[in-house]
Design a protein around this ligand. Sequence first.
Ligand code: SF4
Length: 412
Amino acid sequence: NDSIPMPVGASPRRRTRQVRVRWDDNEVVIGSDGPVVVQSMTNTDTAEAIATAIQTRALAKAGSELVRITVNTPAAAGEVGAIREQLDRMGCKVPLVGDFHYNGHKLLHDFPECAAALSKYRINPGNVGSSSRRDDNYRAMIEAACQYDKPVRIGVNWGSLDQAVLARLMDANSKRANPWDAQAVMREALVTSAIESAQEAERIGLPGDRIVLSAKVSNVQDVVAVYTELASRCDYPLHVGLTEAGMGSKGIVASSAALSLLLQKGIGDTIRISLTPEPGGDRSKEVIVAQEILQSLGLRSFAPMVVACPGCGRTSSTFFQELADRIQRYLREQMPVWSSQYPGVENMHVAVMGCIVNGPGESKHADIGISLPGADESPVAPVFIDGERTVTLKGDHIAEEFQAIVENYVVK
Ligand code: SF4
């Protein structure tokens, strides 16, 4: 049995071709038994090279293994080489993906430095030009990928579906004895557009192991249906995400629901969580959410997990929530150094619990746990290490002392 081991309950990862995305000595493998890759996208104006390089580095530091930048104008394309240089100077080797719409054929032709500095191109076959120019423009972009030895994501999108494919399928549907509903035709058009575009790219000369597919929609059930169908009809690796997921908890919940359903079926080789940031909000949140989805499903580990109870009327204060937040942030901040010094630290579990009801039990299941005192308990906080009760903390410095215990546990 050559299936890839998966957590209990999950289907084996789908076998796919493997696509390698490189910059310098950093190679990210997408597909089959490669880990599910986390990626994200900047929202700066790419023509502003410094701002884009800074945001790219921040996303990479947060854990984005690929970072996509929009390449929408000559001014943007003209700065891609400078962005790459800035990143290299900062020691950031994250591969850059160029996002092209409408004019990618021209930009890749007119800006060879841009074409070379990108590690992968994203092409949307639904908007490569008017129908008379579509084939030529698409061919030009695929030929650029061949010339510069770059992989491509062929990314179709509900909002910019190839109208020729849709019209053809609607026509065929009207002749069916039992026509599909309009939504089903749209889903089929997305899948057909993605697969036919990939086949066309291979005919033009792009090797099949340089193609990743995506077919994004903004509704959970549709995204699950479309990717399930796409997965059954090809062996290209799939970039999975819910497009326009939205703001705040809605975006996180919808993305988590869609991706969990697919990843549990073994579908999905790279993911992006498209969250609309709050004005001035931190772009790297989408990276953290992507990591937490993968870690919650047991597919990858990025940082120690902090388990905390929700709190209730038995708690005497919000101290345990503050402590849980402090420990989670502390552990995340240490990971860039700890992950190389202490292999396996990312699998650690820490429990921060609000009272005796579930505190000791949950703490014993964790590597380290603390059970804080509820309102009607004596003001002491027993600490558990590897399932055994050890010290009991009390007084005004419980947070600092517990953090020191966590650090000692890691470095011992
Ligand atoms: Fe409430 Fe205690 Fe349960 Fe936390 S562990 S939710 S404080 S009963």
